[in-house]
Design a protein around this ligand. Sequence first.
Ligand SMILES: Cc1cc2nc3c(=O)[nH]c(=O)nc-3n(C[C@H](O)[C@H](O)[C@H](O)COP(=O)(O)OP(=O)(O)OC[C@H]3O[C@@H](n4cnc5c(N)ncnc54)[C@H](O)[C@@H]3O)c2cc1C
Length: 290
Amino acid sequence: MRPFDYHAPSNVPDALELLRTHGSDAVVMAGGTSLMLLMQQGLVQPAHVVGLQSVAELRGIRPLPDGALEIGATTTHRQVERAAEVRAYCPALAENFSRVATIRIRNQATIGGNLVHADPSQDPPPMLLALNAEAVIAGSGGERIVPLTGFFRDYFETSVEEGELLLAVRLPPLPQGMRATYIKFLPRTEDDYPTIAVAAALRLGSDQVCEDIRVGLGAAAPVPLRARGVEDALRGQRLTASLIEQAAELVRDEVDPLDDVRGSARYKREMARVWTGRALRSLLDGEPDG
Ligand SMILES: Cc1cc2nc3c(=O)[nH]c(=O)nc-3n(C[C@H](O)[C@H](O)[C@H](O)COP(=O)(O)OP(=O)(O)OC[C@H]3O[C@@H](n4cnc5c(N)ncnc54)[C@H](O)[C@@H]3O)c2cc1C
């Protein structure tokens, strides 16, 4: 590994100043679980590493008065999984973080590192997409808010630019009566990345009419995505198991999976249909989270 200078700023302005000074020679490190592997493999060779562990304002889970929830970028997966505030906001979100890798990784890996790393097979992005999350990003020009639907640009590429920091993830208030779930198809081992992952949030009105629906998919394309075609086919309809099956067929045209060790693109396309149907059916009879 190429030698580097390690910097440990204690606040966001100092971290941003270090990024500005060192430009493309600097990288940000949160938990280091992905970055250290990239550095060991020589894929990233920074001269300066800006560690975020001492920046207290980036850590923590803050319920907001209107029912929204803000999660600081360096909050670990394990903290999200175990926080009472997260369970109170949406139990499926806590469950989602409990499905990442092993406890050892979850104790170290952060929500911010997960999003900026942007491996399309990661678990949190589809759930955060289904919950309409936003990213709070800071740079020399100030702060900006990016809906997660516009955050992932391409394979391992996000809208966080050089010199910027992801500060937090904001989740809007969960509408009353919303149900949510996350399911991860794991044909290999329990701690693997998913072959296909589906997160869904659903609100039913009287007579099972779908008032609000969001479907997030992971490992299904170069970026995590929302299955808009499926959502549009079900919104406003009286939901039945057979209608869900029909709508789930549409997901085949929305995904663009890669051939890899977890299966061929063709197989994953079919699994996206099967698991989208399962996720939505499970919500038909479920208890509200919101
Ligand atoms: C063995 C193993 C198994 C795994 N299994 C899974 C799994 O099953 N499911 C899953 O979802 N994930 C899995 N992961 C991925 C894991 O979730 C990510 O490695 C982790 O979330 C990255 O977070 P980190 O804090 O360690 O980030 P780092 O490794 O520190 O950083 C990752 C990237 O994000 C950038 N970055 C970090 N924080 C910020 C910030 N605040 N602002 C701007 N840029 C930032 C870094 O510069 C770097 O490019 C696995 C990883 C490993 C090593």
